[in-house]
Design a protein around this ligand. Sequence first.
Ligand SMILES: C[S@@+](CC[C@H](N)C(=O)[O-])C[C@H]1O[C@@H](n2cnc3c(N)ncnc32)[C@H](O)[C@@H]1O
Length: 288
Amino acid sequence: MTSSCSALLFVAATLFNGSLYAADIERTGGPYVPTPQAVVDAMLDFAKVGPKDFVIDLGSGDGRIVLTAAQRYSARGQGFDIDPELVGQSNAEAHKRGLADRVSFMQQDVLQARIDPATVVTLYLLPGMMQNLQAKFMRELKPGTRIVSHDFPFGDWKPDRETSVDVPEKYGSPGQWKSTLFYWVVPARVQGVWQVSAPALGSEPLALALQQQYQVLEGSTNAGGKRVPLAGGKVDAEQVAFRLALPAGTYEFKGVVDGDRMRGEATQGGRAVRWTAVRSQTAPAEAR
Ligand SMILES: C[S@@+](CC[C@H](N)C(=O)[O-])C[C@H]1O[C@@H](n2cnc3c(N)ncnc32)[C@H](O)[C@@H]1O
C-alpha cells in the first residue's frame, strides 16, 4: 500500500529509533521525508482546497504543503514541526515567495499544536502518530474539517475516501511509483440521548439513544411498546441520517446538528414531516 517514499520513511524511522539519533529529539511522527510535489498537489486537490481554507500541516517539513496551498490555491495556513531548522527554512521561503502574510510555521510538537482554526489538515506521519492524533482530532477539530493523509491511515477511523496517485519523481526507481491518499471529514459529535419531537408522528417525544463510532451511528428508541433499532445511521460533517421502523411506518430521518440540537425532515413514501431534537444526556464515554 505504501509508496517507495513511505518505505523510505519507515527505513529512516528505524535508523532514528535504532541508534543514529535516538538521543536527539523524539521524532515520534517520523523523520523528514518530503512529499513529492505531484502528491502535494493531489492532496490539496483531493481536499478541494480553495481561498476560504486554512490548511494546517502537522509535521510540516520544508513547508511545501502549506506554501503550495497558499501559492496555487490562495488558501491561508500554518505548519508545525519539531525541527527548528525546517521551521526556519519554511518561514524564510514564505517571506521569499511573498506569502508571509498568509502562512506561518512554528516549532511545536504536533500533539501540542493548536489545530482548531483548520478547515483542512494534512499529514505525512508514521502510523503510531496517526493513532495518537485520532482522539485529538475528534476533540479539537470543527465538524466538517477535512483531513488528508499521505500513505498512512488512522487505526479504527475508516477513511471516507481513498485514492492512489502516480509519483513521476519515482519513475524508474525500485518499488512502487504510487502514493495512497486517505480522506476523512470530521463528524459532529452526536453521541448521547436525544428527545426527538415530530408532532406529525405523535405527541410524545421519542427518546433516541445514539452511540457513535466516528461517522457511523447506532442506537435505538422505544415506540409502540417495542425497542426500535436505528438502521443506516451516519454522520457526515454536521449532517445526520438514519432510519427508524416506527409503528406509523419506516421513516428516513435526515437532519443538521448544531451542538445539542438537531432538526430536519423524516420521509416515508414521499411524505415528509419535520422533526427537531434536543440532547438530554451526553454519553459518559467520549464519542469516537
Ligand atoms: C515525513 S515528514 C513530512 C513533511 C511534510 N509534511 C511533507 O509531507 O513534505 C514528517 C515531518 O514530521 C516532523 N515530526 C515528526 N514528529 C513530530 C512531532 N511529534 N511534532 C512535530 N513534528 C514532527 C518531522 O520533523 C518531519 O519534518
